[in-house]
Write a protein that binds this ligand. Sequence first.
Ligand code: DX5
Ligand code: ZN
Length: 218
Amino acid sequence: MTKIAPSILSADFSKLGEEIKDVERAGADYIHVDVMDGHFVPNITIGPLIAESIKPHTTLPLDVHLMIENPDQYIPAFAEAGASIITVHQETAPHLHRTVQLIKQHGVKAGVVINPATPAEMIRDILHEIDLVLIMTVNPGFGGQSFIPSTIHKIEQVARWRNADGLSFEIEVDGGVKAETAKSCTDAGADVLVAGSAIFKHVDRQQAIDAIRRSVQV
Ligand code: DX5
Ligand code: ZN
């Protein structure tokens, strides 16, 4: 079944613990944590301290999406904070293989993510080392942006490689995912849907998650 990973970027940060419990009750599979540094992306969000403080409020895996320069410098801190998955941008990691090994050395699942303008070929040779591929379906930096349909062929491409090579990493998509766009992602091969505004901007999170789930089942 398709997994849903609510992005807390669109949650109410003044009551983050409650917000996370709310989406856990509503059937979320992962908690997606967007880390931004104001350099790689034009926004600043949260650091390891917040990840650590939300950890006791959920039994769900923390899916940490690092949108930061020099990710190696912060991987140990996010691992200690309780991350289950740490995903790094190919665009920020010139020694991507080394970065992936560093994540795994900390006992955390390793993910790699590419921006809308980055070809899937850039991560072709690391696929056998990782647990998750994240395809950005918006330019990272903000919640609530519009889905970019030209990214879908990369989901298909990565799914074909996974099949051809007998690999088992998950394919996640992030950005502009809602009931109207989710099915194009799952049809292309996505297993995990990140959704921020489509979940947290609704009062009834159960209804919001159910709407996304229903949309991919038809
Ligand atoms: C964008 C972040 C996303 C964001 C998604 O830079 O990586 O996780 O929160 O938000 P929506 O679902 O509103 O596009
Ligand atoms: Zn994200």
